[in-house]
Design a protein around this ligand. Structure first.
Ligand code: UDP
Ligand code: MN
Length: 323
């Protein structure tokens, strides 16, 4: 073979290899696309079949929500479940408050709403609201003992509020979920505050305990952790009341990894704690100040406000109309 022929031969080999390679790649791509397509088609037809058979299957609204959530989870695999714990009690603004926060939660992927009613039994009002919300939810109830209940003329700070209900949620977590298997973040989400959905995006970053500013609380425009400029860690708190508490943070200003809730089983809220120390004492079970994870742009953004609805003066009620 002369050099010309050899070069030609070599070129032919390369060409042949290139054709084979392109042909093979095309087959692989078509094959993969077919698999994706058929998965989508089968999931969609599964959903349609479920919808069609809804009556026969006697699927509850909650089961459909769970199924949809499972489908969404496939898309949001990396996001942890956010367990939002909401104590709530009857007063005229209850339905309005719960409507507001449930519709905020609709904007949050992978959320599980734990509603704990301060009542002897679960009420129809709350039950219906949860079903209508379309959220994955757990409905619990626990009545505050009468001797701990805020009396009508007493100022709010005189009593601990939400203790019984939050402890009931803690018990539910520890009885129902499994450490090392169930992953998530726990947030105590009172029914009267105002939440920007961004606060839930922030929570997804939490390793142990995340903290951020809370607007309109403690007589200030906002309370906030103060960060050390050099280390970026929490060195103190800007708080309208006892800023020297070990953790001078409002209930709305932190969230905890579920793993800690499940493993530190001695951590509870308590009526015995000094008034205003509920958050501080509770956080002390889990963490030290320098381990706190500052979020919301290094605590420079307010994504939650400690709002309160005024109690409306209701002079009359329309019979049969649920408000
Ligand atoms: N709460 C309750 N029972 C009560 C008072 C309050 O379940 O008797 C709930 C309330 O719905 C809210 C949380 O506990 O989700 C905190 O109560 P509140 O907003 O009155 O407290 P504050 O904002 O003054 O700390
Ligand atoms: Mn409140």
């Amino acid at each position: 073979m002369n050099p010309m022929e050899r070069t030609h031969n070599c070129e032919m080999k390369i060409k042949r290899f290139a054709y084979w390679f392109i042909g093979f790649s095309v087959v692989v791509i078509i094959w993969k696309l077919c698999i994706i397509e058929s998965n989508l088609v089968s999931l969609q037809s599964f959903r349609k079949a479920l919808e069609l058979q809804e009556d026969q299957l006697e699927l509850t609204q909650q089961q459909i929500v769970l199924f949809e959530n499972w489908l969404n989870k496939k898309n949001n695999k990396k996001l942890p479940t956010i367990y939002a714990v909401t104590p709530t009690y009857w007063r005229f603004v209850q339905k309005a408050e719960l409507t507001r926060i449930s519709q905020t939660l609709r904007l949050v992927p992978n959320v599980h709403w734990i509603v704990v009613e301060d009542s002897e039994t679960k009420t129809e009002l709350v039950r219906n609201l949860i079903v209508e919300s379309g959220l994955v939810a757990t409905h619990l109830n626990a009545k505050t003992p009468p001797f701990e209940q805020l009396q009508s003329k007493e100022p709010r700070w005189k009593r601990h509020r939400g203790v019984e209900q939050r402890n009931t949620a803690l018990k539910w977590f520890r009885d129902t979920l499994i450490p090392n298997k169930d992953k998530g973040i726990v947030y105590f989400m009172d029914d009267d505050n105002t939440y920007n959905v961004k606060v839930f995006d922030e929570m997804a970053k939490i390793k142990k305990v995340g903290v951020w500013p809370v607007g309109l609380v403690g007589g200030l425009n906002a309370e906030s952790p103060i960060l050390d400029e050099k280390t970026g860690k929490v060195k103190g708190y800007r708080s309208g009341w006892k800023p020297n508490r070990p953790f001078a943070i409002d209930m709305a200003g932190f969230a905890i990894n579920l793993e800690l809730i499940l493993t530190k089983t001695e951590a509870w809220f308590s009526y015995k704690m000094e008034k205003g120390f509920q958050e501080s004492e509770f956080l002390s079970y889990f963490i030290t100040k320098d381990e706190l994870e500052p979020l919301a742009d290094n605590c420079t953004k307010v994504y939650v406000w400690h709002t309160r609805a005024e109690n409306p003066a209701v002079k009359g009620t329309i019979p049969g109309l649920e408000v």
